[in-house]
Ligand binder design. Structure first.
Ligand SMILES: *Cc1c(COP(=O)(O)O)cnc(C)c1O
Length: 383
C-alpha cells in the first residue's frame, strides 16, 4: 500500500456490528459479559480498551510500520508512559533541544523517582556515545528539533543504542509517519504529540506510542492500563478522521513551506533561515535520507527582538500563537514565548537568538502566505 492509501485503509476495518465504514464513537465505559469473564469482542472496561480507541491505535501502528499502537490523553502522557518503562537508578540520554514539556517532565517529575538524564546535542553521534554510562537504558531524540530544525541521524543513533543494549525513542511529531518512519530505521519506540499534524485541526490534544516488539508492547500496554492516561473515544474518533487527510494537508504545507523559505532567503530583513531544505543546513543530507518530505516548521532570524515583535503584529494570515501542525499558519517568537523561561545566556548558547521567529505553515493559498509575510517583513524595514 502506498502512503495515501495507507492513511485511509491502514489498520482500518468496517464496524463489525453494522458495517459502518467509519468506526463509531463508542461512548461507553463498560461492556456486558455473557458470563463471568466471557467478553464479546475482548472489551471489558474502557480504560483497558475501547473500540474507537482500538481503531486509532491500529491505524497509527500500521502507518508507523509497528505492530502495536497506544493512545494517550496528550503527547506528554505518551512521553511519560515511555519513561515509565525505566526503573529507579536508570539513566537516559536526551536531545538537548527536545520539546520543553519533555525536558520539564524529566527534570521536574521523573528525576524525583531516581531516574537521571543527560541532555546532549544529538546531531553528532559522538556526543551520545560519550555520555553512555553503565546504567544508561534509553536514548530519546527528536528530529528535526524545535525551533532550529536540528537533524539527528535516526539510523546511526539506533545502531549505537543497540550495540549498548539501549532503547531508542524518537519523538516523530514534526515529520509524522507520512514522511518519516523511525521504526524502519531501527528505533524501538515512536512517540507523538498527535495534537499537531496527525489531528491537524487545532481541536484535539492527544498522544500516541508505537512499538514493533511483542514484549515491549506488553510493557507499554501494561503502563497504559495501570496508570490510565488514555484517550477518550470522542478524541480518538477526531484523530482517525484527521489522519485521513494527513497526506493532502502535508503536501500543501510542504508547498507553502518551500515557497516561504525561498522568499525568506532573499529578503533584506532576514539574517538567517533554518530549514533542512537548505543545502547548508547541518545534516541536510541525513534528513533527505531518512525522510520523504520537509517539515512545515521554518525558523528565521530578524535583527532583534524588537523587529520580531513588530513583525508578528503585521501579518494578516499568520496567527500569533504557540503550537504547530494545524491547517492555519502560525507565527511565534520563541525567545519571548515558548522559550521565555530559559535564561537568556542558556538560550544564546543553544543558538536561539532574540530575533528568532518561528513559523508553522498551514494549508492556506501559497501566494497569499508569501505575500503576507513579505509585506510584514517590508513593514519592519520602514521606520
Ligand atoms: C507539542 C509537542 C509535545 C507535547 O505534546 P502535547 O500533546 O502538547 O502534550 C511533545 N513533543 C513535541 C515535538 C511537540 O511538538
Amino acid at each position: 500500500m502506498n502512503k495515501k492509501t495507507l492513511l485511509i485503509h491502514g489498520g482500518q476495518t468496517t464496524d463489525p456490528y453494522t458495517g459502518a465504514v467509519t468506526t463509531p464513537i463508542y461512548q461507553t465505559s463498560t461492556y456486558e459479559q455473557d458470563e463471568i469473564g466471557a467478553l464479546r469482542q475482548g472489551y471489558e472496561y474502557s480504560r483497558s480498551a475501547n473500540p474507537t480507541r482500538t481503531s486509532l491505535e491500529s491505524v497509527i501502528a500500521s502507518l508507523e510500520h509497528g505492530t502495536h499502537g497506544f493512545a494517550f490523553g496528550s503527547g506528554m502522557a505518551a512521553m511519560s508512559a515511555v519513561i515509565m518503562l525505566l526503573n529507579q537508578g536508570d539513566h537516559i540520554i536526551v536531545g538537548s533541544d527536545v520539546y520543553g514539556g519533555t525536558y520539564r517532565v524529566m527534570t521536574k517529575v521523573f528525576n524525583r523517582y531516581g531516574i537521571t538524564f543527560d541532555f546532549v546535542n544529538t546531531t553528532r553521534i559522538e556526543n551520545i556515545e560519550a555520555h553512555i554510562q553503565e546504567n544508561t537504558k534509553m536514548v530519546f531524540i527528536e528530529t528535526p528539533s524545535n525551533p532550529l530544525l536540528r537533524v539527528t541521524d535516526i539510523q546511526a543513533v539506533s545502531q549505537l543504542a543497540k550495540q549498548h543494549g539501549l532503547l531508542t525513542v524518537v519523538d516523530n511529531t514534526f515529520m509524522t509517519p507520512y514522511y518519516q518512519t523511525p521504526l524502519t530505521l531501527g528505533a524501538d519506540i515512536v512517540v507523538h504529540s498527535a495534537t499537531k499534524y496527525l489531528g491537524g485541526h487545532s481541536d484535539v490534544v492527544a498522544g500516541l506510542v508505537v512499538v514493533q516488539d511483542e514484549k515491549l508492547a506488553e510493557r507499554v500496554g501494561f503502563i497504559q492500563n495501570a496508570t490510565g492516561g488514555i484517550l477518550g473515544p470522542q478524541d480518538s474518533y477526531l484523530l482517525v478522521r484527521g489522519i485521513k487527510t494527513l497526506g493532502l494537508r502535508l503536501d500543501q504545507i510542504e508547498r507553502n513551506t518551500l515557497a516561504i523559505v525561498e522568499m525568506l532567503k532573499q529578503h533584506k530583513a532576514v539574517v538567517k533561515v533554518y530549514h533542512p531544505s537548505l543545502e547548508d543546513h547541518l545534516n541536510a543530507d541525513v534528513h533527505r535520507r531518512q525522510s520523504e518530505g520537509m517539515p512545515g516548521v521554518v525558523s528565521f532570524e530578524v535583527q532583534d527582538a524588537e523587529t520580531a515583535k513588530k513583525l508578528v503584529t503585521q501579518t494578516q494570515y499568520f496567527t500569533l500563537a504557540e503550537s504547530l501542525g494545524a491547517v492555519e499558519s502560525l507565527i511565534s517568537v520563541p525567545s519571548l514565548m515558548t522559550h521565555a523561561s530559559i535564561p537568556a545566556d542558556v538560550r544564546a548558547k543553544e543558538g536561539i537568538a532574540d530575533g528568532l521567529v518561528r513559523l508553522s505553515l498551514g494549508i492556506e493559498d501559497t501566494e497569499d502566505l508569501v505575500n503576507d509575510l513579505e509585506n510584514a517583513l517590508n513593514a519592519t524595514l520602514s521606520k
